[in-house]
Structure formats: C-alpha cells, structure tokens
Design a protein. Structure first.
Length: 147
C-alpha cells in the first residue's frame, strides 16, 4: 500500500494549478482529465457530473511520488466558509527553506494570511517555524521549516 494523491476541488482548476506550480514547484502529470458520463455519475453519486482537472507531482518525492489532484466540477457546491479548525481535511503542508520569505511572497500572489509565523518546540526536541496562509481559493496551506 502507498499514498497516491490528495484532491482539491477548485472554482478554476487551471488558475489554482498554476499557483501551485509557480510557488511550490509542483509539476503537471499529463494528461489533463475531463470526465463525464454514467460511470462518473455512479462513482460520485451525482447526476450529470462533469469533472476536469490535472494531477500535479508534489516536490521532493521523485517521479513516482504522490500528487495533488486539482479538479473543477461544472456545478460545484460552494461552502459558506473555510477555517483551519473545520472538521474534515484541513490543509496541505510544504516544507520550505524560509517561512517568512515565502509567506511574504505568497501574500502578494493572491494568498491570504491566517494567524502569524511562529516557532514551536516539538515533542521530539526540534524546532519548527510555521504558519498558515490560504491559497487563492481559500484553502489552507501550511508553510514549515525545521531546525
């Protein structure tokens, strides 16, 4: 058994995929996906589903590593709000060289701030500097750097 991917449903999958490619070094895993039909309806439990998007190879794990699957449905359900303490999947995390520098850059590239940059002593005695930001569609992203 091995981990395969994490999915984000986006308003605009192309724009969101470009954000993760540009800022986190993710790479497109061809082909682009475009699904519709009875099998998609049966698998999703929806009627008339239309789904398109792409898989992005996450950095640091080689050519067979896990992906971030970014899809858009033709008729998405838009939540009222998103919060880091909301039940369900919470965020995607990237280990980065400098949390402060990347956070500053991301805030000029369509991200929103969530809290502050902090450094915590972990249970194993290491320090982690981290923060959350939201990507351009409001999904939580953690930036972390270990020392």
């Amino acid at each position: 058994m091995r981990f395969a991917h994490t999915n984000i449903i986006a308003r605009d999958w192309r724009t969101l995929a470009d954000f993760y490619i540009r800022n986190f070094g993710c790479e497109v895993v061809p082909p682009e996906r475009d699904y519709t039909g009875q099998d998609l309806d049966r698998g999703t439990g929806l009627t008339g589903a239309q789904l398109s998007g792409v898989h992005l190879r996450l950095p640091g794990h080689g050519p067979d590593g896990p992906t971030l699957e970014i899809y858009s449905y033709a008729d998405p359900v838009v939540p009222e709000s998103k919060a880091v303490n909301q039940l369900g999947y919470g965020h995607v995390a990237f280990e980065v060289e400098n949390v402060h520098t990347l956070r500053t850059h991301l805030l000029t590239d369509g991200c929103g701030p969530v809290g502050e940059v902090v450094t915590l002593r972990t249970a194993d005695g290491r320090n982690v500097t981290w923060c959350y930001v939201t990507d351009p569609e409001g999904n939580a992203v953690e930036l972390q750097s270990w020392s």
